[in-house]
Design a protein. Structure first.
Length: 242
């Protein structure tokens, strides 16, 4: 496997932003790297520089085009508000990024630095996770989880699923699911899995197949040590009726 280095010897100008690509993020420290589902594109984030930079790695195996395996940053860069730190970052194969900061979710098209609108955004009061993932059929979808108040004023954790087809700078929501009571969201994976915790059990729910696996650890005082058991166990993330 070819090694990848991020080194370039010239300067790219993008609109009003001068980018010294000898020093990505103006030489500031990078503390977050995310790769798209098929590995063709990655983004780096520097909180000190308040910037997100995209890198095209689609042709990394073509050493002639890649100047000896060196990645080249994209000319379009995204700058976020000063002193606002990201807690989540994800990127699609089509160079859309989604990030959470200050409990808010933003999606940006890195091709033109335009913001992409999400339906139901005004209903969401707190964002927990977001990621792009590939379905078993090869489609890329976007998923996020946020708190939404129901008609009784109670916070409910809701999962929103979107195909990544953008129309008029907007995404169309494909599915809305409510996490059952007594379940706590652990994480969302880029492989289309929702991990939940309930009564010391971890459940992995597959978005595409709507099936789940209950995972638990059964410790026994035997020479074999710890045993990990996997059981099929049906849980339902109900369609939201709001």
């Amino acid at each position: 496997m070819n090694e990848i280095s991020v080194e370039i010897d010239k300067t790219i100008k993008n609109d009003k932003i001068d980018v010294d690509i000898d020093k990505p993020h103006n030489g500031k420290q990078i503390n977050m790297i995310e790769v798209s589902p098929n590995g063709s594109y990655l983004v780096t984030y520097s909180p000190e520089d308040d910037s997100i930079i995209g890198w095209n790695v689609k042709d990394i195996d073509d050493m002639d085009d890649m100047d000896g395996g060196q990645l080249k940053p994209e000319p379009n860069h995204h700058h976020i508000d000063n002193n606002v730190k990201l807690t989540q970052l994800s990127v699609s194969d089509d160079k859309e990024i989604a990030y959470i900061c200050d409990n808010k979710l933003k999606m940006i098209n890195m091709n033109n630095n335009q913001e992409i609108e999400l339906p139901y955004e005004k209903l969401c009061i707190n964002y927990h996770y977001c990621t792009f993932f590939r379905t078993p059929f090869g489609f890329i979808q976007f998923i996020h989880c946020s708190d939404v108040k129901d008609r009784h004023g109670t916070d409910q954790k809701i999962i929103f699923i979107y195909p990544t087809r953008i129309k008029n700078k907007k995404l169309t929501c494909k599915g809305i699911y409510k996490i059952p009571e007594n379940f706590e969201l652990i994480s969302l994976s880029k492989y289309g899995k929702v991990y939940l915790l309930s009564n010391n059990y971890v459940y992995a729910w597959d978005i595409s197949t709507k099936t789940s696996i209950r995972i638990f650890v059964n410790e026994k005082d035997e020479e074999s040590g710890q045993h990990r058991n996997f059981q099929r166990y049906k849980i339902c993330l109900s369609k939201n009726q709001e």
